[in-house]
Design a protein around this ligand. Structure first.
Ligand SMILES: [Zn+2]
Length: 248
């Protein structure tokens, strides 16, 4: 099993965390940068740990800070062979409606970078589904909608063949609309993630999240879709290989 979205650089005790994950069968993790230093740490972890891949980017929460001017530094990091995508980047109208203009500029810069390099993008979209769909429309590469939480984004995602990644919040009792969305994602486009250390799934809700817990998300997705968990797991692994261009 693969956890397609974790912030390992925000966790302490990575060796123990990855050992616990591997022992449970979660043998691969994509670790996601949120800024330049975070992306450097993600690369260092990926270089050191088998089965860990890095995504580098500047997240939308930093769009109105000096970090947003560092896309050039990002360009220097992407030559590293551990990099499998650009992100996370995107638009957040919940935490930062007042900076949406700057967020869009930062997103566009990173889409241009990914496009130049033929890399996938990992997209954060919250309370900004229409704006996100508009920004992504001209992007030619693979799109991974991380922590899918906006049912309004499902139609464009299905039309355009985006990968749709579900996080721990799909396990929450009130999240029926997300489980419904999960039943509509084609079997070759669905992914699962933890967004560790955030968003721990229902059985461990309130605790610090870690990659091992992607198995709870897998179980919830399998149940919603009426599929066997081990069958869905295989498909998610294959989908991740395609989305991020990983060797299997
Ligand atoms: Zn994240």
């Amino acid at each position: 099993m693969i956890d397609t979205h974790a912030h390992l650089d925000a966790l302490e005790g990575i060796d123990e965390i990855l050992t616990r994950a591997r022992d449970a069968g979660v043998t691969r993790v994509v670790t996601i940068g949120t800024g330049i230093e975070s992306s450097r740490r993600a690369l260092a972890i990926a270089a050191e740990q088998p089965g860990v891949y890095a995504v580098v980017g500047i997240d939308p929460h930093q769009a109105a800070t000096p970090e947003a001017s560092k896309v050039g530094e990002l360009r220097e990091l992407v030559g590293n062979p551990c990099v499998v995508a650009i992100g996370e980047t995107g638009l957040d109208g919940h935490h930062g409606a007042e900076t949406l203009h700057e967020q869009r500029a930062l997103l566009d810069d990173q889409l241009a970078l990914a496009s130049d390099l033929g890399l996938a993008v990992v997209i954060h979209s919250r309370a900004a589904s229409a704006e996100t769909a508009a920004a992504l429309a001209p992007f030619p590469g693979a799109v991974i909608l991380h922590c899918f939480s906006e049912p309004d984004l499902l139609e464009p995602a299905l039309e355009r063949g985006y990968f749709v990644s579900f996080a721990g919040n799909v396990t929450y009792p009130k999240a029926q609309s997300l489980r419904d969305a999960a039943t509509r994602v084609p079997i070759d486009r669905i992914l699962a993630e933890t967004d560790s250390p955030y968003l721990a799934p229902q059985p461990v809700r309130g605790q610090r999240n870690e990659p091992l817990h992607v198995l709870h998300t897998l179980a919830a997705l399998a149940e919603a879709r009426g599929q066997a968990p081990d069958e869905l797991e295989l498909r998610i692994d294959e989908n991740a290989n395609v989305a991020f261009g990983l060797g299997s």
